[in-house]
Ligand binder design. Structure first.
Ligand SMILES: Cc1cc2nc3c(=O)[nH]c(=O)nc-3n(C[C@H](O)[C@H](O)[C@H](O)COP(=O)(O)OP(=O)(O)OC[C@H]3O[C@@H](n4cnc5c(N)ncnc54)[C@H](O)[C@@H]3O)c2cc1C
Length: 402
């Protein structure tokens, strides 16, 4: 691993001042007569290039070669609250099975919580080979230290080659901690995952504002870790027959100690979530004024749809941030999405191009939304939407999507 080293013997009063000034991140400190580099260091090497000559040195060590053959299997973290498993878990199991098939690996789950043994059985209907269960009262509520300890214990015992974690609030908090424990890489919000024959996991996600699809690999570390958002991968069909086995894991109780005491858990009211919607009416910047949302609402009500939209609409304050589809919003995969006056920028399309049926209305026939749409109308939403509303009303049909 590369590091910055300070040759303390060359440090004197004048070059300390110079060093402190040259670092734009305030990562160089002078403590008890010694120059220290703190966690703020971004390895920009300005202190080496522009600082006093010979004081700071960047030492690049060769990557340690790991024995990849010691790391086998694809592990999935079971995301849950009080034993209720988040559906992203099944989606990740589906992906893990596909990846595992390439290199003939088993698929594992790690299930951490309290009173969860019975819940673990449900996962055996999705084709998991082995479920490792950490069931302790200390793991009742999600607390980062004991959950990390249990996860770390699983990795040490099982040595999975890759780990998939749902990009939920819990997953986003847990995965980086675990990655840091093993000094391995973690790619957040992967949209695609592929397995190489040498067991390197190709983690693909939009980068640089969605303008490129980066392919990220961790050739020198194991486990390889990725988070994936809900609704990005496909869940496998639930099988009637349960296969695989459940292993109850033991862990030293001292490792489950926490500095966090949960005094009370207050449940939030469950809100409508666009990621769960079967039908979505998504609205874009074509909307001229907030009052025109009435037209969108009318169409949504007739189709029993949820309303969502693009980032400009959120920025205008016309729709809630939780209703934004896209890279910096949510991923959706409804049975039907109707886009009204949306250009189809990559950052938007990345959050909805897995939808079963995409129906786009845009007055510009060259709009990129038509590249992802299954059906389209080139025209003005102010003419088409009222017509659509009338037609639906006159048809007296009850609309639903199966
Ligand atoms: C890092 C980054 C992250 C981003 N994340 C997101 C994200 O998560 N979600 C997101 O949505 N955006 C995101 N964006 C912004 C994104 O790049 C686009 O700017 C945005 O999606 C455009 O929204 P829009 O389609 O509503 O507007 P526009 O691009 O302005 O398109 C409006 C469309 O409406 C059509 N139109 C106009 N009037 C009518 C009419 N009367 N009838 C029919 N059609 C009409 C036009 O032909 C045009 O195609 C992100 C950008 C960056 C850089």
């Amino acid at each position: 691993m590369s590091k910055l080293v300070c040759h303390q013997e060359k440090v004197n009063e004048s070059n300390v001042k110079e060093l402190l000034k040259v670092c734009p991140f305030g990562a160089i400190e002078y403590l008890d007569g010694k120059v220290e580099v703190n966690a703020g260091c971004k390895m920009c090497k300005l202190c080496v290039k522009k600082g006093p000559t010979g004081v700071m040195e960047f030492i690049e060590t060769e990557a340690v070669k790991i024995d990849k053959s010691l790391w086998k299997g694809i592990g999935v973290y079971v995301d849950h609250v009080e034993g209720v498993i988040h559906p992203v878990t099944m989606e990740l199991i589906g992906k893990a099975k596909e990846l595992a098939a390439v290199v003939n690996f088993p698929v594992y789950c790690v299930f951490i919580g309290f009173n969860i043994k019975e819940k673990a059985e449900e996962l055996l209907h999705y084709g998991v080979d082995e479920i490792f269960v950490y069931d302790y009262p200390e793991l009742k509520d999600f607390r980062i230290e004991p959950y990390t300890a249990a996860f770390e214990d699983f990795v040490n015992k099982v040595k999975p080659s890759s780990l998939l974690v749902g990009a939920t609030t819990i997953g986003r908090s847990l995965a980086p901690r675990v990655a840091a424990r093993f000094r391995t890489g973690l790619t957040a919000d992967c949209t695609m995952l592929k397995m190489k024959e040498n067991t390197d996991l190709v983690q693909i996600r939009p980068a640089f504002g969605g303008n490129i699809m980066a392919q990220i690999i961790c050739p020198n570390t194991r486990p390889q870790m990725s988070t994936v958002r809900y609704k990005v991968m496909n869940a496998p069909e639930k099988q009637c027959e349960a296969k695989g086995k459940i292993t109850i894991c033991e862990i030293d109780k001292d490792k489950l100690a926490s500095n966090i005491e949960v005094l009370k858990v207050t449940k939030k009211e469950t809100e409508e979530n666009i990621s769960d919607a079967d039908i979505i009416i998504a609205v874009g910047r074509a909307l001229k004024s907030e009052k025109d949302m009435v037209m969108v609402q009318e169409l949504a009500e007739l189709l029993h749809a949820q309303i969502a939209g693009t980032r400009p609409l959120v920025e205008a304050g016309w729709i809630d941030a939780k209703k934004q589809i896209g890279l910096s919003g949510r991923t959706v995969k409804p049975k039907l999405i109707i886009t009204l006056g949306i250009s189809g920028a990559v950052q938007f399309a990345a959050g909805m191009n897995g939808s079963e049926r995409i129906f786009a209305i845009n007055k510009d026939s060259n709009a990129s939304i038509f590249n992802v749409a299954h059906y389209g109308i080139v025209g003005d939403i102010y003419e088409i939407v009222p017509q659509l509303i009338n037609d639906i009303k006159n048809s007296n049909a009850e609309y639903c999507v199966r």
